[in-house]
Write a protein that binds this ligand. Structure first.
Ligand code: HSE
Length: 339
């Protein structure tokens, strides 16, 4: 399967590493032999129809350079969109940074890929929050697969659990912790008495936070993930504008102390029932949603099965790369191994 990858951040680098390490394993278990035929970063692209060298791609990024500097294959200044129209890839992996305030460029990548008959795996949440219903329609119209399991829960297979539950039961609602940074901050404030600013600085130091932490602390990242979840699992044609949102920036330490006195903890909860909402809410200390550190938790309310909760890491390069491989295997199996 020929892959084009846009964006060379930590997810892509972990993915390339994994594709190299797991090459024999993926072929033995699934008959899948992915080949990276195009990559693009902010400096340009590298394209080669018979496959680029993964060690060379990783080495140039390690040196802080652009893939477009690679001899013989580098194309300085070539845009992501041009890469898609000029390469022979069957699958686009959209891994450019999630710019919630400016999703247009990534939206253009997805639309171009669909219109050229490419299957798409997106780890970029921004275009999905802006236009997921329209994007799913465009993918269906062009008869291509569209997967994005790494956008919610990173490697934790949140969608797989929810889809399996929905197949035999009915998902009535969802309550979830979808942002690790805010969970870490609230956890530190509750359990260690940390000040908000110190806990945020520590979350940034540990690499949990988005480049602009307002996406985390204002609930934008959680709202984005909630929209994706609601579309896929609950069949709601929702976009970001449909989410009521309150973050934790102004959280009053007195509110945390009052919750503690009542045997409860404040969490940034993303919920989907009658409405879509992200807001700080209290949960009981023994609630499955009272997860520690930067963990994510998704709790489904099922008509017959009651509550089902999945807990796991919701961020990280290698974790998210496993979701991309999961999507790739799924696409490969759905299209009947014909590529
Ligand atoms: N900043 C996000 C979080 C990373 O804290 O959960 C994963 O989207």
């Amino acid at each position: 399967m020929r892959l084009a990858i846009l964006g060379m951040g930590h997810v892509t680098r972990a993915l390339l590493q994994m594709l190299a390490e797991r090459h024999a394993d993926l072929y033995r278990r699934f008959g899948l032999a992915p080949r990276v035929v195009a990559v693009a970063d902010t400096g340009g692209a590298a394209v080669h129809d018979t496959g680029l060298s993964i060690p060379e791609l990783l080495a140039v990024k390690q040196r802080g350079g652009s893939v477009s500097a690679l001899p013989g294959v580098g194309l300085p200044g070539l845009s992501g969109k041009r890469v898609l129209t000029e390469c022979s890839a069957e699958v686009l992996i959209e891994a450019t940074p999630s710019r919630m305030d400016a999703p247009q460029e990534a939206l253009g990548h997805l639309q171009t890929a669909f219109c050229h008959g490419m299957h798409v795996i997106s780890v970029n949440k921004a275009p999905l929050a802006a236009a997921l219903p329209a994007l799913r329609e465009l993918a269906a119209y062009n008869r291509v697969e569209f997967c994005f399991s790494g956008t919610v829960g990173a490697g934790t297979p949140v969608f797989s659990l929810a889809q399996a539950s929905a197949a035999g039961d009915e998902v009535l609602g969802v309550e979830a912790i979808l942002n690790g940074t805010t969970n870490y901050i609230l956890h530190q404030m509750h359990e260690h008495g940390s000040a908000y600013a110190d806990a945020l600085a520590e979350a940034q130091r540990l690499g949990y936070a988005e480049a602009d932490p307002s996406a985390d602390v204002d609930g934008i990242d959680a709202a984005t993930k909630l929209v994706i979840f609601a579309n896929l699992i609950l069949g709601r044609a929702a976009t970001f504008a449909d989410v009521e949102r309150e973050g934790i920036r102004e959280i009053d330490p007195g509110r945390l102390r009052a919750a503690e006195a009542a045997g409860r903890r404040l969490k940034l909860i993303a919920s989907c029932g009658e409405t879509l909402r992200v807001a700080p809410q209290e949960v009981a200390v023994d609630s499955p949603l009272n997860v520690s550190g930067s963990l994510n938790a998704v709790s489904l309310r099922l008509r017959y099965g009651g509550e089902v909760t999945l807990i796991g890491r919701g961020a990280g390069g290698p974790e998210t790369a496993t979701a991309v491989i999961r999507d790739l295997v799924n696409i490969w199996q759905r299209i009947g191994n014909s590529a």
